[in-house]
Write a protein of this length. Structure first.
Length: 263
């Protein structure tokens, strides 16, 4: 009888030790989508297409666009990379050329993942070649930043969450939401006196839908943002200035995206 009791105590002790040991083990690292190498032909180093030197590689995208769209894509790609005079974003997007590009962006977002990526490259380039930083004398200082943010948001709504599971689009999707946060924070801070609370609330609502805020309800994009940009996620969840973390990360990743183009 005593032997059976002793054996039971030993077994129970082993279970407790095992449970404690299991809690002390580090959680396995989540493998992010961009760490998975696609088989077959692929776009290598996609983030280079979103950086300042994107023009050097942008022609490579032509081959990934469907044949029926390729001539328009090539022409509008050239246009996006050679916008002259630093027009305001609203002015340029509302022009005949800008409207042609905006329609093409919608078609590309509805195509393959490579076409969706090509559309994001064009959006980032427009953020470099048009001005969206508010000026003191601008009548609606938030308008340009909000219009630029709208182009990014259109892409994020279509590809932000599902792209976060894709080896090609995972990093670009995170970059896009960081830049969206930067743009909407710029719109929020655009008034000479005070802040624009409407821009702030619009930006937050879109981001909350894209990432999920509660840890138990995060989307794939939210989980990826938490893994790679935890400070931005922390501020988004609990900071008084909730867009600040996204803005800070975007400034670090894309220091040339200032809203003041080079002409």
């Amino acid at each position: 009888m005593e032997k059976r009791i002793l054996a039971g105590l030993v077994a129970a002790g082993s279970l407790v030790v095992g449970a404690v040991g299991a809690r002390m083990l580090p959680a396995p690292r989540v493998r992010l989508a961009e760490e998975i190498v696609d088989e077959g032909p692929r776009i290598v180093e996609p983030m280079q297409f979103l950086g300042k030197g994107a023009g050097l590689r942008a022609p490579e995208l032509d081959a990934w666009v469907a044949a029926e769209r390729r001539p328009r894509f090539k022409a509008l790609r050239e246009l996006a990379f050679h916008v002259a005079g630093c027009p305001g974003t609203v002015e340029w997007v509302d022009s005949a050329e800008g409207q042609r590009l905006e329609r093409l962006l919608g078609e590309l977002r509805g195509g393959t993942r490579e076409e969706a990526f090509a559309s994001l490259v064009l959006v980032f380039q427009i953020a470099r070649t048009t001005e969206w930083k508010p000026g003191i004398l601008t009548q609606t200082p938030e308008a340009n930043a909000e219009r630029m943010a709208g182009l990014v948001a259109d892409w994020l709504r279509a590809w932000g969450v599902r792209g976060s599971r894709d080896p090609l689009l995972a990093e670009p999707a995170r970059a896009a939401i960081l830049v969206y946060g930067r743009l909407m924070r710029t719109a929020q801070q655009s008034p000479v006196i005070g802040t624009n609370s409407a821009s702030y609330q619009r930006g937050l609502k879109t981001i909350e839908e894209l990432v999920g805020i509660d840890a138990g309800r995060r989307t794939a994009l939210g989980e990826a943002l938490q893994a790679r940009h935890p400070e931005a996620m922390r501020k988004l969840v609990g900071d008084m200035d909730r867009l600040r973390g996204l803005d800070d990360e975007a400034r670090t990743m894309f220091p040339d995206l200032t809203g003041e183009c080079d002409g």
